[in-house]
Design a binder for this molecule. Structure first.
Ligand code: HEC
Ligand code: HEC
Length: 327
């Protein structure tokens, strides 16, 4: 066989393998179990707990609730349209708009409780199609099922908002790659407040602190030093925000902060305060959902602080804001 023919043959074989591989990925993945048979008994207490989780501790509303006015520092949500969905806007380095869907009964009315649970913790929709992991389901897989049930009870209690947003359209190869991400959950029990460090760890992972404050690779998987920050977020105005080093290094992290200072830093950026930040000032913006977290309890914020004291201190300075290049 001539060299040229051998190359052609090899090319054809590789091509066939690639096609087979793609077909196999579509046929086999996402690999998740059927939605569980779950029935959430909504009580006023469970709905109130879900409100706290959705709007504050888990910050679901930071993505799924529309903004009152775009580009206010850290986002000011439209409280009349909670969970009505939001166009998240493409960061400059990411060409596609991302849509966080409507989660009110107008949209999820015919989903079962089990299907909503599976979407949150496994990352597939009602039909079993994979969700783009901007939705942080890889970090919700350990969510306490009781917390998930509270969120479901809350979503069911919301006034329906008749909004249909487009589905996010992703460029290849993302639709292929993301089929590999959904997985069955590995639920954990939410530790009690007496076990402060364990509770703080549970919160730091389920509230997305770890996700944003650890450097990630192109596929979004955390590969950096935990909590050392430096994840860049391109901002709509052209600037860049980078997540801070929140390890207990005294100079470049939050090692010199007291528990009271830590809690006060979160309390400072309420939606009322953010609403007063002038749009020009918010050219320096942030991805950190301060406004949502500002409503977290002292107990929860204090537990996160206690846990962050236990991670290894990393000496690494992060420049958290780069303003847009001057025009
Ligand atoms: C960082 C942004 C972000 C956060 C935080 C977030 N989501 Fe999502 N969520 C999304 C996006 C984006 C999608 C759509 C993904 C897609 O189109 O593939 C989504 C999809 C969903 C879906 C599937 C809806 C459908 O119509 O297919 C559910 C249910 C959901 N999210 C619930 C939640 C809950 C509950 C929380 C909090 C525990 C939460 N999300 C937190 C961004 C987010
Ligand atoms: C969506 C990404 C994102 C999430 C989620 C997030 N952060 Fe941040 N964080 C940032 C960015 C970006 C900055 C730097 C800009 C700023 O200060 O807002 C920051 C700044 C901070 C700072 C300020 C440090 C300083 O030196 O002033 C602290 C403290 C902090 N984050 C803690 C947390 C904790 C605790 C959580 C979880 C409850 C969390 N963050 C969740 C992105 C995020």
């Amino acid at each position: 066989m001539s060299f040229k023919r051998a190359v052609l043959w090899a090319g054809a074989v590789i091509g066939a393998l690639v096609v087979l591989g793609v077909v196999a990925i579509f046929a086999i993945f996402p690999r998740v179990s059927a939605a569980p048979d779950l029935k959430v008994e909504a009580t006023p207490a469970l709905v109130a707990r879900g409100d706290y989780l959705f709007n504050h501790q888990l910050a679901c509303g930071a993505c799924h609730t529309p903004e009152l006015e775009p580009h206010r520092f850290s986002r000011v949500n439209d409280s009349a349209r909670i969970a009505a969905g939001r166009r998240m806007g493409g960061a400059p380095e990411f060409p596609t708009d991302i849509f966080a869907p409507n989660l009110t009964p107008a949209a999820l009315g015919d989903w079962t409780d089990g299907e909503i649970y599976r979407a949150i913790v496994s990352g597939v929709d009602r039909q079993g199609r994979p969700l783009f992991p901007v939705m942080p389901y890889p970090f919700y897989k350990s969510l306490d099922p009781e917390d998930a049930k509270a969120v479901i009870a809350y979503l069911r209690s919301l006034p329906p908002q008749p909004v249909t947003l487009p589905r996010t359209k992703l460029p290849m190869p993302l639709p292929l790659v993301m089929r590999l991400v959904p997985a069955d959950p590995t639920p954990e029990m939410r530790p009690g407040a007496k076990n402060e460090v364990a509770l703080g760890r549970y919160l730091a992972f389920s509230s997305s602190c770890f996700e944003c404050h650890t450097k990630r690779n192109a596929r979004g998987e955390p590969t950096g030093i935990p909590f050392a920050g430096d994840n860049p977020f391109g901002l709509p105005g052209g600037g860049v925000a980078r997540s801070a080093n929140i390890t207990p290094d005294a100079e470049t992290g939050i090692g010199s902060w007291t528990r009271a200072q830590f809690i006060a830093r979160f309390r400072a950026m309420t939606p009322e305060v953010a609403a007063k930040v002038a749009p020009e000032a918010s050219e320096i913006d942030t991805e950190m959902p301060w406004t949502a977290y500002s409503g977290m309890t002292d107990e929860d914020l204090g537990a996160i602080y206690a846990y962050l004291r236990t991670v290894p201190p990393i000496h690494a300075r992060v420049e958290t804001f780069t303003p847009p290049p001057s025009k």
